[in-house]
Design a protein around this ligand. Structure first.
Ligand SMILES: [Zn+2]
Length: 152
């Protein structure tokens, strides 16, 4: 019994180490790709941006690419195989086995694509879910301020 627990512990530790190493290899691969881009492109790595909605007050962005065609935000993941997902799906599936967070959601963390039907202000995912699951709002989305007068 005791021996069994010890084995499980070290196996788990090893898997964490493997996951971290895979992440490092992923970063190395993308750096090779980015080095091949035209000279006029600018590339920023590991950027911290202020985000009052995050618990730390900041959000981390892996790569920002400044090009004549636009600014691209790149989030690196080192997964092999087939990734299924869609822009509006909360979670994507990797090889049909495990889930990853929709990367589009990460860069707009907390903000949904839904707007209040009264003032057209964008609401958070939490507010949008609350309205959709509450019969009082009849399937419509209302911001905190405009929820008060609905269905009373
Ligand atoms: Zn409103």
């Amino acid at each position: 019994m005791e021996q069994g627990n010890a084995t499980d512990g070290s196996k788990q530790k090893n898997q964490e180490h493997v996951a971290k190493r895979k992440g490092e290899i992923g970063e190395y691969k993308i750096n090779i790709q980015l080095d091949q881009l035209p000279k006029e492109y600018r590339h920023l790595v590991d950027i911290m941006v202020e985000n009052p909605k995050s618990t730390s007050g900041y959000s981390q962005i892996d790569h920002v690419l400044l090009t004549p065609y636009g600014i691209f935000v790149i989030e690196t993941k080192n997964y092999q195989g087939t990734i299924y997902g869609g822009k509006n799906r909360k979670q994507w599936s990797v090889n049909g086995k495990f889930k990853m967070m929709n990367p589009f959601k990460k860069s707009h963390r907390g903000i949904s694509s839904e707007k209040c039907v009264v003032c057209h202000k964008q609401v958070t995912d939490k507010v949008a879910d609350f309205c959709k699951n509450n019969k009082r709002f009849a399937g419509k989305i209302y911001c905190y301020d405009h929820q008060k007068n609905i269905g009373k």
